[in-house]
Design a binder for this molecule. Structure first.
Ligand code: 3SL
Length: 242
C-alpha cells in the first residue's frame, strides 16, 4: 500500500494539546490506563449497561441527587459522599449489573469529554488493547490516540498504551504516522512491553497509587487483554460498541 493511501494514526500526549491535533481524525481513542478507562472497560465487562462521564464533581452530585448511581474520584481517592470512585474492582459487583453509572475522575473523564465535543470517541486501555487494535484494523480510519496524562502533563502509562496500539496498526500495513509524539510512544512501548509493571516502577502515578495502597488496582490495570469490550461514546454516554 502506498503511503498516501494509508490511514493516519497519531498520539497526543495530553488533553491540553488536543486542539493542536484534532482537525484530521475520524475518531479519538481516549486512554487513561491508571485507572479511568481501565475501570470503564472493567465495568462493561462486568455488566454495567451505560456510563455517563462527567467532568466535574458538581455534575456527578447533580446526577446523584436525581437518583443515579454516581462515582467520583479526585487525586486517586473516592470523593466524600460517593460510594465508589474508579477502582476497577468497584465495578465487579452485582449492584452495578445492568445499571447506568455516572462517573467523574481527575483526568480520564475530562479527556473523554474534551474529545467527544468534536469526535467519535472510543475507550482504550491495556485491558482491552487487542479489541482496540482489532477494531481499528478491521475498520481503518484516521485515528488519534489521546493520552489523558495527569493534570495536563505527560504520563508514561497512557503513552505506552498509545504506543502499543500505534505499533500494531503500523505493522498492519494500513496505517502511517508523521508525528514525533507517535514515534516516541512506540519507542516507550517497545522498551516497556516485556514488563509494564517493572518499567513503570518509578512513574509518578504508580507511586501516587502505591502510596494509597492501590497496588492490586495497578496490577489489574497493567495486565493486557482481559476483556474484548470496546466502549464508545454515543449521545452523551458510553456504551459497548456492537
Ligand atoms: O485521572 C484519572 O482519571 C484517574 O484515573 C486517576 S486515579 O487513578 O484514580 O488516581
Amino acid at each position: 500500500m502506498d503511503r498516501k493511501e494509508k490511514y493516519r494514526v497519531e498520539v497526543c500526549f495530553s488533553p491540553d494539546e488536543f486542539d493542536r491535533y484534532k482537525q484530521e481524525y475520524a475518531s479519538v481513542v481516549a486512554i487513561d490506563v491508571l485507572r479511568a478507562t481501565t475501570a470503564i472497560c472493567a465495568a462493561f465487562e462486568h455488566g454495567v449497561e451505560k456510563i455517563i462521564p462527567v467532568s466535574t464533581v458538581e455534575e456527578a452530585e447533580a446526577y446523584r441527587e436525581k437518583g443515579y448511581l454516581a462515582a467520583a474520584e479526585r487525586n486517586g481517592q473516592i470523593v466524600e459522599g460517593f460510594a465508589f470512585g474508579n477502582s476497577p474492582y468497584s465495578y465487579m459487583t452485582p449492584e452495578v449489573k445492568g445499571k447506568t453509572v455516572v462517573l467523574t475522575t481527575t483526568n480520564g473523564t475530562r479527556a473523554i469529554n474534551i474529545a467527544a465535543k468534536t469526535h467519535k470517541v472510543l475507550i482504550g486501555s491495556l485491558i482491552n488493547l487487542q479489541a482496540v487494535i482489532d477494531h481499528l484494523t478491521e475498520q481503518p480510519e484516521n485515528v488519534l490516540l489521546l493520552a489523558s496524562g495527569w493534570q495536563g502533563k505527560f504520563n508514561l502509562e497512557d503513552s505506552i498504551c498509545a504506543g502499543a496500539v500505534t505499533d500494531a496498526l503500523i505493522k498492519s500495513g494500513k496505517y502511517m504516522s508523521d508525528e514525533d509524539s507517535t514515534i516516541a510512544a512506540m519507542f516507550l512501548y517497545r522498551k516497556a512491553r516485556e514488563n509494564y509493571f517493572g518499567f513503570l516502577k518509578a512513574s509518578s502515578h504508580r507511586r501516587r497509587l502505591r502510596n494509597l495502597n492501590l497496588n492490586e488496582d495497578i496490577k489489574y490495570c497493567l495486565t493486557p487483554n482481559q476483556t474484548e469490550v470496546l466502549p464508545v461514546y454515543r449521545d452523551g454516554a458510553l456504551v459497548i460498541l456492537k
